[in-house]
Ligand binder design. Structure first.
Ligand code: CDT
Length: 310
């Protein structure tokens, strides 16, 4: 049986701070229609796809940001049309959003909905970048550490739509551990959404490196873990802050097989043969045969760097 699945990365252009959920959802439904016309079965939307990237704003009282969060179970009334349209089209999707739990916890979350409309998985962002207090040296803030708690669900994977699927969110893509944990569970497609400003506000760095690093980490990780990576940006100038685009689909060889060319709403697609992932997992990256875990303990036993004594 063929294991080819047509996958789409549904990049969104900027979402203004005052843009409604309904408007964002309508834009995603437009992209879903394009996906249907192009025979796509699985669509990846960005991180925090329902709102502007609000961690760029400081609020002393974090509950003043609650209007950017979704409360209660998905679908919410505003997102229900997206779920219904996807189900009608038989398209599964990844959706990123800010989650406020019933007991008051805030997470940067994504869910995976299968092609029958069932929510098969939830992931909460583990690697939260940025800072937790106002930083006057930055042109804009990156307050994910203020508004979110680190994810508490680990890096699960799910059997869905004929493959083994995993999720992560934005900054997670820069960490090898993210992919390795999922690839130890056999992941074949890693889905992720991102919001990446084109300026590194924590250190001086040429702007072009933002896109280079974006693709470098995902291409290397796809290869080293023999999996597909489907990565979707929110892109363009959002309230004066430029977010890089560069949404892409990477195959297990590390090669990019689709790449966005705009910083607007744009669907890119690729036919992903999941058996390509299997091939690497059975040869060069056959973990059972070649990994040497007796030398890897430090990775989970130690967080920061401990240099040798002088
Ligand atoms: N959303 C997100 O995680 N963005 C980060 C920006 C890092 S700069 C503080 C990223 O890794 O792309």
């Amino acid at each position: 049986m063929s294991r080819i699945i047509n996958v789409g990365a549904a990049q969104l252009g900027p979402i203004a701070p005052d843009e409604s959920r309904v408007s964002a959802v309508n834009r995603m439904i437009d992209l879903l229609k394009q996906a249907k016309d192009r025979g796509v079965k699985l669509v990846v939307f960005p991180e925090l796809a329902l709102t502007t990237f609000f961690p760029r704003y400081y609020e002393q009282d974090i509950s003043k940001m609650d209007h950017h969060f979704e409360r209660g179970d998905m679908p919410t009334p505003e997102t229900r049309p997206l779920f219904e349209k996807a189900k009608e089209y038989g398209i599964g999707f990844y959706l990123g959003y800010a989650e406020l739990t019933e007991d008051g916890h805030r997470f940067n979350t994504s869910i995976l909905v299968d092609d029958t409309g069932k929510i098969v998985g939830k992931y909460r962002k583990v690697h939260l970048p940025g800072h937790s207090e106002y930083d006057g040296n930055r042109p804009w803030q990156h307050l994910e550490k203020r508004y979110f708690e680190p994810g508490d669900l680990g890096f699960p994977v799910w059997r869905a739509m004929g493959g083994i699927m995993g999720m992560c969110i934005c900054n997670d893509r820069r960490w090898p551990e993210t992919y390795r944990v999922m690839s130890l569970k056999g992941v074949e497609i890693v889905m992720l959404g991102y919001n990446t400003p084109d300026v590194n506000t924590s250190a001086p760095e040429p702007n072009h490196l933002r896109m280079f690093h974006n693709h470098l980490v995902m291409q290397a990780s796809a290869y080293q873990n023999s999996c597909f990576v489907v990565a979707t940006a929110k892109a363009g100038i959002e309230d004066g802050c430029m977010l890089i685009g560069g949404s892409c689909i990477v195959q297990p060889s590390g090669e990019m097989i689709a790449l966005a060319t705009t910083v607007k709403d744009e669907l890119i697609t690729a036919a992903c043969d999941l058996d390509l992932a299997k091939m690497g997992k059975e040869t060069v990256f056959n973990f059972a045969k070649h990994r040497r875990i007796e030398h890897y303990g430090i990775i989970t036993g130690q967080t920061g760097v401990v240099e040798p004594a002088e």
